[in-house]
Design a protein around this ligand. Sequence first.
Ligand code: 13P
Length: 341
Amino acid sequence: MNTQDQLQETIELLVQKGKGILAADESDPTIAKRFDAIGVTSTEEHRRIYRSLILETPRLGDFISGIILFEETLGQRTGDGTALPELATRQGIVPGIKVDKGKGPLALSPGDEITQGLDGLAQRLEAYQIQGARFAKWRNVYHISDTTPSRLAIDANAEMLARYAAICQTQGIVPIVEPEVLMDGDHTIEHCAAVSEQVLHALFHALHRHHVILEHTLLKPSMITPGKSYPQKAVPTVVAEQTVRILRRTVPAALPSINFLSGGQTPEEATANLNAMNCLAPQPWELSFSYGRALQQPALQAWRGEPGNVMAAQAALYRRAELNGAARRGEYRPEMESAGG
Ligand code: 13P
């Protein structure tokens, strides 16, 4: 198969009605934080057990079309010796890989950050592909304050994301570009909207400059909300209107799907907000999810590292995936949260 056909096939597998992506690609420090909250030490073995549990969830593929894995997970196996990416494929779930090397300060630009990881990326992708990865993720972050993100940060980060996406497409790997405007701060929803509009505008210009094929690209943005410390939360209809308004201004119709991150929203908020967007008039792209915390939190809480809790954890993950599947169709109602199975 040539590279274009390969990219197209992966897009078709990832973008399916009623389904979305599960982000299970926490870096070592991040998974340690998640495990800490449930009293589990983050050893390689515990991470293997937990991520096997996720991928062994019966019928997870009903609502999950793709899973983003961390490098370590690509090489791990279940108790019976099945490679974890292979287990994903058996479930009808496309395995993907987080390829950025994390963020750090943008030199001489106080308060701004930039993401690293372009050096040797093409060679790393070749190796990941052999291990089963068919798509990739790269996350850049933008801090909202009186002085950030600076124009320089917006342009430099757009350039990094575009270079990453171009390298992925050369290798036949579908790139997910993730520009996350962080929720930290007490800013208004209007401030978040203004920053997000600039960020997305710069990103799609850069993707165009770098000849990235939008039909073979997925966008993973943050939703437009007030800052976490702003006194009032926005209701789902407001989040939906603000988010879709900015996306319509900045994201070309050629892009097949927008898969939101949850970014610190509760599982219920993330589902309700996605649902509200899918209740608006039809959009040029699919509106879906690529949640980490909003899908995994209830499962982690149910598991707590106890072998006897594995089935309860899998049921919690499946239920969350199912509710987000409903939100993909605009059919979620908050009453479903207490309806059980
Ligand atoms: P959250 O949904 O927890 O924000 O994670 C998504 C993700 O992949 C961040 O890079």
